[in-house]
Design a protein around this ligand. Structure first.
Ligand SMILES: Cc1cc2nc3c(=O)[nH]c(=O)nc-3n(C[C@H](O)[C@H](O)[C@H](O)COP(=O)(O)OP(=O)(O)OC[C@H]3O[C@@H](n4cnc5c(N)ncnc54)[C@H](O)[C@@H]3O)c2cc1C
Length: 303
């Protein structure tokens, strides 16, 4: 089977070969992907998924790569799929009520969503202002901050199955939980969000407050955000700090001194060095506090 030919026959799809994943992750880490696809519309995506499923080829849906650690080794057995511009659309259904529904494509970024909702004087998405992911990745992770999460503003999630069939899932059916959802077997193509009309000044003030809080508590630099989920009743950063790992460095990656649950790539970081830090934190926290740290970030490729 000619894989490239088969993919191109599915529709509006651009194929990049041996594309460096480090150019598509906020960690700036990741080796070459043999096939990196940019898919332009839902019809092409459906055909592609059906084709890959029939041929038994693995794929990985990439958002903004802001919650990912990708191996430095070549990715040869998995096709990377990135959603193109058609998935970055937004449609506001204002019927004059206090409640307004907004249809958003999965490729729309969360900071842009927050800003656009501000422009339309809609409140509810202020917490998204500094989460550097896409709506699709955010829904999969049930991204959240400052006491809110995407679960709170989602009415419906529009998905495709791995074979390319359409599925609409209600908030309940999406089974959102802390940094997780029941959407993992689906490809998210968009969502219907519910927001409320608000006061533009108050919306702006909340967004600014969130940005200031971040600047004060989180480090700058290349990272994937919080590496571990917070265990029940405690914070992962406290545990990592208390086992002496704040500022601990291997190669060009280190636990941040400002927020020990962030691993920072100082420029030339290697995926295996990040994994070493991850394993070290797990071991020390288990030994010191009998707590099992669970990864929040997702892994892609061989380690
Ligand atoms: C500096 C920084 C700060 C952060 N702060 C926060 C925070 O405050 N709160 C928070 O929750 N997170 C935070 N994050 C983590 C991250 O931004 C979120 O988890 C975000 O929602 C991930 O979205 P993404 O598009 O980057 O997904 P990716 O990292 O590209 O992918 C994450 C997972 O989602 C899957 N996926 C992506 N798109 C789709 C899709 N359309 N359909 C199906 N599966 C898909 C991927 O396959 C993967 O399993 C932060 C990250 C950074 C770097």
């Amino acid at each position: 089977m000619d894989l490239k030919k088969g993919i191109l026959e599915c529709g509006k799809i651009k194929i990049l070969e041996n594309e460096l994943m480090k150019n598509h992750t906020t960690f700036r880490i990741g080796g070459p992907a043999k096939y990196f696809l940019e898919v332009e519309d839902t019809i092409s995506l459906k055909k592609l998924l059906s084709f890959l499923s029939k041929e038994g080829i693995n794929f990985f849906l990439l958002g903004a790569g802001s919650n990912l650690l990708v191996s430095d080794y070549p990715i040869e057995d998995t096709v990377i799929i990135k959603l193109g511009n058609t998935f970055k659309k937004i449609n506001i259904n204002d019927t004059g009520n206090e409640n307004v529904t907004v249809e958003v494509g999965a490729g729309y970024t969360l900071p842009s969503l927050s800003k656009e909702m501000y422009n339309y004087e809609l409140r509810g998405a202020e917490f998204c202002v500094a989460i550097p992911g896409t709506l699709g990745g955010g829904l999969i992770m049930n991204a959240g901050a400052h006491g809110s999460e995407l679960k709170d503003i989602t009415e419906y999630v529009y998905c495709l199955t791995e074979d390319g069939e359409e599925v609409y899932l209600s908030n309940e059916e999406a089974k959102f939980s802390y940094r997780n959802s029941g959407l993992r077997d689906f490809i998210v193509v968009g969502a219907k969000l519910k927001l409320k009309k608000g006061d533009k000044k108050l919306i702006k003030a909340k967004m600014e407050e969130n940005l200031i809080y971040r600047a004060n508590t989180q480090p700058k630099g290349f990272s994937a955000g919080s590496v571990f989920k917070n265990p029940p009743g405690t914070k992962a950063w406290k545990l990592i700090r208390d086992v002496g790992l704040s500022g601990y460095r291997i190669g060009d990656v280190m636990f941040s001194e400002k927020h020990a649950n962030f691993i920072i790539n100082l420029g030339n970081g290697k995926a295996n060095d990040v994994m070493e830090l991850i394993n070290l934190a797990k071991e020390r926290v288990k030994k010191g506090f009998n707590v099992e740290l669970e990864l929040e970030i997702k892994l892609l490729g061989k380690f």
